[in-house]
Design a protein around this ligand. Sequence first.
Ligand code: ACO
Length: 429
Amino acid sequence: MSDKVAKLELDGKTYDLPVLKPTLGPDVLDIRKLYAEADVFTFDPGFTSTAACESAITYIDGDVGELLYRGYPIEQLAEKSTHLEVCYLLLYGELPTAAQLADFTQRVTKHTMVHEQMHYFFRGFRRDAHPMATMVGVVGAMAAFYHDSTDINDPWQREVAAIRMIAKLPTIAAMAYKYSVGQPFVYPKNALSYAGNFLQMCFAVPAEEYVVNPILEKAMDRIMMLHADHEQNASTSTVRLAGSSGANPFACIAAGIACLWGPAHGGANQACLEMLKEIGTVDRIPEYIAKAKDKSSGFRLMGFGHRVYKNFDPRAKVMKESADEVLGLLGIENNPLLQVAKELERIALEDDYFVSKKLYPNVDFYSGIILEAMGFPTSMFTPIFAISRTVGWISQWKEMIADKNQKIGRPRQLYIGPQKRDYVDLRHR
Ligand code: ACO
């Protein structure tokens, strides 16, 4: 709280709105008492100007293109850290000591297997089901398998649920993939790293030995880190809203996965790669740029634009470097999709339409190219995002449950429907 107060004048009366001071970012007007005192609501569809909670986890400065996890810049973490260390940081607030990291790694690793009966659950899905559809169902169903970690009022159960989800989401996503391609499920191998284990569960088959490629392992770990949290985005807000009613953590994360699926959010990486394939060659780019500028076409450049970043998305920079590195090391730097992506970026960034609207490539612009080079079909891109974001969702959910001021989320509305009217009997309509 600061000494500053904003004044609102309405119908001849003045109302004081306290100004709250964040540690970083713009001041926040406290309107909590506005309805009680002034009998008015505020109108903010899409929450473009509304802070719905206090949070100490992630900070974004969209104007300068900065992303901090618990104060640490994403570029430093992407270069020096690992996904599991970032998970610890997001969950507990500080970087771990060597002993803490070893203990955390051990706890996550020991929870990577799923209940054996879950295998039958998978078999109920059609083989051609999108892996996100399978994940929404199976993650929600975890509440039916792990009853001993669904009491949200018990801090220990909350902790166990967090570890279980961070540990089991890669296994569930890999099983969804294996099921969709008709191959047997591959069990986790605890000697492998978090990212290496996920690659193993996706690409190993019982008929031959699978060796994790360290280049791909590192790239996968980095993709996970870059997607680990992003403050109050749509899926995280969904998790918080679901959790605000007291729903169990597995149901909340399943809600987050459902929200992430949309092409305006996590589904953009799949949509972006499909768009790059559709463009196909560099000479067709102007046609697509023109389409994106024409509102009546309904077409948007996928992987471009962001609600918060109005400069550049710092994750996209790291991802572009990663794409160059991975494709170079795999000897496929002439990948036509990468050429189309780079040229599309170059042309769009010189175009008045994109410049004036501050539309820059976002994290998903390059991630799909890396994932495809690794051998993933496009349908697995969003599930990989879901695995990565699980720690963010669960950290935000834990923060919310522990917050003494937490209330059920219940937005108001600007009603534009009919006035009160009397029922008309069917024969008189
Ligand atoms: N291509 C063409 N025009 C665009 C694009 C785009 N990708 N994105 C925004 N615009 C235009 C809009 O038409 C609008 O123009 P107007 O002011 O003339 O009406 C203006 O830019 C502002 O766009 P909004 O939709 O109001 O911005 P908003 O903040 O609501 O949307 C969003 C952000 C959803 C990410 C949007 O940029 C978009 O749809 N991008 C493509 C999908 C995508 O890549 N999503 C991934 C987001 S990152 C993530 O989830 C990890």
